[in-house]
Design a protein around this ligand. Structure first.
Ligand code: FUL
Length: 454
């Protein structure tokens, strides 16, 4: 008798453990999902663009390829200044225009004379790309290369096949001489009617730098569609390509000045702090990467006003996001996968992107209620999904408990890696995040409430 009682108790414990274990299984991926490199890029959020070529000496935006390479002479060039500024202001990757539409190469190329080897700078013995890469490495920044397909200098450009080979040769120089490259940026501008053998470029990049992301005219990172730095309110990394859903996150490229290149008369036209903050909220805050261009002047240096503005921008963002009124606060959820200790709502408030609140598989709408412990005043919300398992949320709201009722302050669509919303400041102690629509059970890695000083 005692034996069978023990057996029964034992099997009940086992069944209970199995149930808890089964329910606490992580959710299955909701396809498509990012590659490891796309995920890292999305979490990096900020890239800096550096547009530099003969244009800094001719006061043009698009050189026509007839420039004398001798004019390129940035006598005070200091790539470490660029890297230091990028690092100090929160950028993770820096992309340099190694060749813009004018065809002038900032590296000594074996395939053209229109390059730095024929510049006055360092009597033609310099390699600006190398100095750039070394500075980035010193400051722990990832490196990206822009190489313009459109080449207004190269005579071979008139012959598609000959130019494809020329372009691959230059790509090979860039991808074999300077160590790891994180992003290759292919501009779609110019050269209308020219046919490029993109597939052969991609195959070469995959072979020489398998971890490099190919952006814009490429399969890994998508151009957002404007040069204002603004993504759509419902920007999604899930996109259709050839009748198939693929992971294709958006990048917002924009310059800190009116032009991509430095022009003396634009020295006082650096975007305002308010404008740059707006760009941040409408790019990074809309599930996109921000690629912010800072052009060096004809001396080879970032200008003081640009640097000062970047520092103000960083300080304002740090001030806003250093305090999160929801961090570590107690929360309850309408549904929890495997019990609170497994995928409970605390995991959305722990500041970790790799832990998340999850629901049971069949759930498509659920809410999480946070008690802030005391009334707090905030005007920015932050919601983040656990995107390694796909992007799921298609609708959400945020409400505050006011005078005995819930009052909606945010109604949004997609979330993805990060969704920030700004709203008039509100004071409340209880806040509710509700996912109203989802492609699969929602996985929320972050929910934060912040205050941005007006
Ligand atoms: C455009 C180019 O034509 C501009 O000069 C700049 O490089 C920008 C980032 O892309 O298409």
């Amino acid at each position: 008798m005692w034996k069978s009682t023990l057996l029964l108790a034992g099997s009940l414990i086992l069944a209970g453990a199995m149930r808890a274990g089964a329910a606490a299984e992580p959710p299955a991926p909701c396809a498509p999902v990012p590659t490891a490199e796309q995920l890292a890029w999305q979490r990096d959020e900020l890239s800096m663009f550096v547009h530099f070529t003969v244009n800094a000496f001719t006061d043009r935006e698009w050189g026509d390829g007839t420039e004398d390479p001798k004019i390129f002479n940035p006598v005070e060039l200091d790539c470490e200044q660029w890297a230091r500024v990028a690092k100090e202001t929160g950028f993770k990757l820096v992309i340099l225009t190694t060749k813009h539409h004018d065809g002038f190469c900032l590296f000594p190329s074996d395939y053209t004379e229109h390059d730095i080897a024929n510049a006055a700078w360092k009597d033609g013995r310099g390699d600006l790309v190398r100095e750039f890469v070394e500075a980035c490495r010193k400051y722990g920044l990832k490196v990206g290369f822009y190489l313009s397909p459109w080449d207004r200098h190269e005579p071979k450009y008139a012959d598609n096949a000959a130019y494809d080979e020329h372009f691959r040769n230059q790509l090979t120089e860039l991808l074999t001489r300077y160590g790891p490259v994180s992003e290759v940026w292919f501009d779609g501008a110019g050269g209308e009617g020219h046919v490029y053998d993109w597939q052969s470029y991609y195959a070469l990049i995959r072979r020489l730098q398998p971890r490099a992301l190919i952006a814009i005219c490429g399969p890994d990172i998508r151009w957002v569609g404007n040069e204002d730095g603004f993504a759509r309110e419902n920007e999604s990394s899930v996109q259709m390509r050839d009748d198939e859903e693929v992971w294709y996150p958006a990048e917002c490229d924009v310059s800190i000045r009116p032009g991509w290149f430095w022009h003396k008369q634009q020295d006082d036209q650096v975007k305002s702090l308010e404008h740059l903050l707006d760009i941040y909220y409408r790019s990074v805050g809309r599930n996109s990467g921000l690629l912010l261009n800072v052009p060096p002047n004809d001396k080879g240096l970032f200008c003081e006003l640009d640097i000062q503005r970047l520092k103000e921008w960083r300080a304002a963002l740090d001030q806003t996001f250093a305090t999160d009124f929801a961090a570590g606060k107690s929360a309850v959820a309408s549904n929890v996968r495997g019990g609170d200790s497994a995928f409970g709502p605390a995991r959305a408030l722990d500041g970790e992107l790799d832990t998340y609140w999850a629901t049971d598989d069949e759930v498509r709408a659920a809410s999480l209620e946070v008690d802030l412990g005391a009334p707090a005043t905030f005007n920015v919300s932050r919601v983040q999904e656990y995107i390694p398992l796909g992007e799921r949320v298609r609708g959400y709201t945020i409400e505050v408990w006011q005078d005995g009722a819930w009052e909606e302050i945010v109604r949004g669509t997609t979330v993805g890696h990060k969704k920030l919303e700004r709203f008039p400041e509100v004071t409340a102690q209880k806040v509710r995040l509700t996912v109203t629509e989802s492609r699969a059970c929602p996985l929320i890695a972050g929910f934060g409430l912040h205050f941005a000083a007006p």
